[in-house]
Design a protein around this ligand. Sequence first.
Ligand code: FPP
Length: 236
Amino acid sequence: MKENLVIPNHVGIIMDGNGRWAERRGLSRSAGHKEGAETLKKICLYAESLGVKYLSIYAFSTENFKRSKAEVDFLMNLFIEKFTKEFQEIIDHDVKVVFSGRRSPLSKKVLDAMDQLTRRTENNTSLVLNICLNYGGQIEILDMVKKISEQVLNHKISLDDITLDIVSSHLYQDLPPLDFIIRTSGELRLSNFMLYQASYAELYFPKTLFPDFLENEFMEAIVEFNKRIRKFGGNV
Ligand code: FPP
């Protein structure tokens, strides 16, 4: 069956449900995030083995700073630990890691870990893992508008030069459009995730909580993607 499936080029995952996964087991929310990070590694390697070329994941939204200090601190430390010590298997599989989001107010330690991982993987070619961290889709569009406006004001480009290619290349990362967005845990929202890139993405909302979203569930998602008829505004 696998051989005949169309594999989406760019998949986005909103990794929702870590907290509920932990609470249902009588564990702290942190335990859910930790397990979620394990699932992420497995899904990234599996997606790469299937031929997915771009995987964008929502690790931390600009709004997630509203969570308790303890949870935010835990997540930031988890990012540092994963990026500096535990991403080796991902690196060994030739995955290139890039980040999307605002740098401020992330701490120097987090930024250093992100920059180090970016540098270590910059020549890898099998799959691009785009980690959305301190990311908001509306703010990404706002930042893009500011960058392009600055160029116009400095006479580097004229208004007529602004094309969709120019817009795309002034987002945080110049990525192809999302083909497929998966949000786990049954919530039916995009929550500010890659709004520009999501324009014609197929959406899929499995009820599974993210830590349980393992290879078999990812394959089910791909099978579902293959049932969709994509029209891109045309009529077939
Ligand atoms: C949403 O679930 C999840 C997050 C805000 C954090 C996602 C982070 C990870 C999966 C860890 C990723 C690790 C790396 C290395 C990038 P929730 O906590 O809102 O779940 P709930 O809705 O059940 O409370």
